[in-house]
Design a protein around this ligand. Structure first.
Ligand code: SAM
Length: 211
């Protein structure tokens, strides 16, 4: 999986000075190196652009790498709402999105995402694209809330669903993280309100459409 990803990144990824600066800012601020891969970021931009998305909801901002990729796919009237636990991370993400020219189109809600989602559901908000990339144990809860907030035919993208390939390794020692992602993937595959598939780039991204 690592080799395939390196190959895809090498062939399809051109230099991106801005995203490299975002990675540098994350490092300088002592934040973890867990942004989406360059190719996953490109996939997000393309999915937003192809689907003609106007309103995006992201769960898990970190330093704004995926936020920039998502925002690159929409027009001047697009908007991104991003849920982030850490105020420091949301502040850096806002700074990086502003540098990228999307400062007016992004809004950060800080605190536990489940609490923010509850408020958005109460406010009857609607989004046509979701990107789930926060604490994995809450993925099933995030998914159900996204479905509640979804416009017809909305797209839900979910990161890290291959758990570094371990979900497909039948001989590997059983690990809690792996079995949690296997269960989640099965749940998505059987979900009556979703049509979904996993795209095996980066750490695996599920692309689902709400029926
Ligand atoms: N999507 C980002 C990117 O690719 O640039 C990376 C997100 S990182 C993998 C996960 C983020 O989720 C972290 O910034 C973390 O602080 C945030 N997070 C973790 N638990 C959370 C929670 N309960 N509510 C909201 N955000 C949370």
């Amino acid at each position: 999986m690592k080799k395939i990803n390196q190959y895809i990144d090498e062939v399809f990824q051109t230099e991106d000075e801005l995203l490299e600066e975002v990675m540098q800012s994350i490092k300088e601020n002592g934040m973890p190196n867990i942004s989406v891969s360059p190719s996953s970021g490109k996939l997000l931009s393309m999915l937003v652009s192809i689907s003609g998305t106007k309103n995006i909801l992201e769960i898990g901002a970190l330093g704004g790498y995926s936020g920039i990729c998502l925002a690159r796919g929409f027009d001047e009237d697009g908007s991104l709402t991003s849920l982030e636990l850490e105020q420091k991370y949301a502040d850096l993400a806002k700074q990086n999105l502003t540098k990228a020219g999307f400062g007016e189109q992004v809004n950060y809600l800080t605190g536990p995402a489940l609490e923010s989602l509850e408020v958005l559901v109460q406010q009857n908000k609607r989004y046509d694209f979701f990107f789930i990339d926060a604490d994995k144990g809450n993925y099933p809860n995030y998914l159900e809330n996204c479905i509640k907030l979804a416009s017809p035919n909305a797209v839900i993208a979910i990161d890290n669903v291959l758990a570094r390939g371990s979900v497909a390794d039948k001989d590997a020692e059983p690990k809690r993280y792996t079995s949690m992602m296997q269960e989640f993937n099965q749940h998505v595959a059987n979900h009556p309100e979703l049509e979904a598939v996993i795209v095996p780039i980066g750490d695996g991204i599920t692309v689902a459409q709400v029926k």
